[in-house]
Design a binder for this molecule. Structure first.
Ligand code: DGL
Length: 266
């Protein structure tokens, strides 16, 4: 592994941009290669076998691009595919679940933690198991929120449909009295304002991206992989679906053009 290589990251679509924007802030000198598996989005209703197949091909693609470190910028893949792939490739890789859990445990006071995530992530029990493994007294309230990814992909962050869906999904968590909510899907932080309006100021919102990138930075420092390169790193974007659509979505969400997006066959 070469410290001048890029950090690879991937998601089913634009959700992982909530991670890449944190990389750009915390590690501004690091180049990135982003893969959006837009031909297969949404991931949330897919089987563990399908998800593993997609993630395996993406990790292999990123490894072929010479990345030095991989962040699974997708909770569904972090929950279901990372445990298998981390021992299949000689590349350091991390996901969002453990850093997200550590952050939630740091913040909660009443020990009632909510998790909203895709159906596959909730079904995997990954967040619940990790929270309980670290603190058996934690009460975990998990809610699958399958309508949110299509809404975010369509840019509907405060439409009536988004307001209705967010209210519906958060109602049971609010009733349960959670004081901390984990965004267990990287698409959801784009809805943070709406979620904050619904839950009110007493509920802390945890976007695992921050803690995950901090962990990646610490791991890369430990492995001697932090770049010593110049201040203008390259950020390259690949998708399995339609490149122009992704470029427009990314521009809308990041508020800047990400440059050319390339279609890659897996
Ligand atoms: N953004 C992804 C996640 O964090 C996947 C969403 C989806 O495609 O269903 O789980």
């Amino acid at each position: 592994m070469n410290k001048s290589g890029a950090i690879g990251l991937f998601d089913s679509g634009i959700g992982g941009l909530t991670v890449s924007r944190v990389i750009n802030t915390i590690l501004p000198g690091e180049a990135t290669i982003y893969f959006g598996d837009t031909a297969h989005i949404p991931y949330g209703q897919r089987s563990a076998g399908e998800l593993l197949g997609f993630a395996d091909k993406i990790v292999s693609f990123l490894a072929g691009q010479g990345v030095k470190f991989i962040i699974f910028a997708c909770n569904t893949s972090s929950a279901l595919s990372l445990p298998v792939l981390s021992s299949r490739y000689p590349l350091p890789m991390i996901g969002l679940i453990q850093p997200g859990v550590a952050e939630a445990l740091r913040l909660t006071r009443n020990r009632k933690v909510g998790v909203i995530a895709t159906e596959a992530t909730v079904r995997s029990g990954a967040y619940e198991n990790e929270l309980k493994k670290r603190d058996s007294s934690i009460e975990v309230y998990s809610q699958a929120a399958p309508r949110l990814v299509p809404l975010v992909e369509a840019g509907e962050l405060d439409s009536p449909a988004a307001v209705e869906a967010v209210n519906q999904y958060l109602f049971p968590l609010r009733e349960a009295g959670i004081d901390t909510l984990i965004f267990g899907c990287t698409h959801y932080p784009f809805l943070a304002r709406l979620v904050a309006d619904v839950l009110g100021p007493d509920v802390q919102l945890v976007d695992p991206a921050g803690a995950t990138v901090q962990l990646a930075a610490a791991e890369m420092a430990r492995l001697g992989l932090l770049t010593t390169g110049g201040p203008c790193p390259m950020h390259r974007f690949f998708v399995s679906g339609e490149p122009q659509a992704f470029r427009e979505q990314a521009r809308r969400f990041l508020g800047k053009d990400v440059g050319p997006v390339t279609r890659a066959e897996l």
